[in-house]
Design a protein around this ligand. Sequence first.
Ligand code: RB5
Length: 155
Amino acid sequence: MAQVIAFGADHGGFALKISLVPWLQSQGYEVLDLGAHTLDPLDDYPDFAAAVAQAVAEGKAERGIVICGSGVGACVVANKIPGIRASVCHDLYSARQGVEHDELNVLSLGARVVGLELAQQLTTEFLVARFTGEERHVRRLAKVNAIEQQSRQWQ
Ligand code: RB5
């Protein structure tokens, strides 16, 4: 069965999104496209990044990709959703290692920073990588999860 990837972008990432989505589908992935569906210069990245992160957290998609102008705002939003580990990765090493060591489940891209070809390579590295499950990474993830649990008590 095809792996489901949730996808979202604001106006800053819209052009890259409409190129990346069909390419991703041609690679055999199922895309859950959570917008933007039209280019609206007044739309806001939190709306799309939150929708993608929520879909991943709820298990509707295995991983998510969010795009804004820099990748920063969308990444900040995605990390607000419990269970999400998102990062901007504009180099291939981090896109792969973020999954292998840190179990990254959302990749954030900046469309004003990377072009289509690099975005395709970053996406591939992110999607083919698997968490290694090595003891030291499991231990660190448990600490990350404990911090997330603790932070709920501050609210
Ligand atoms: C929108 O102009 C831009 O601020 C947004 O796409 C993103 O770069 C925020 O981090």
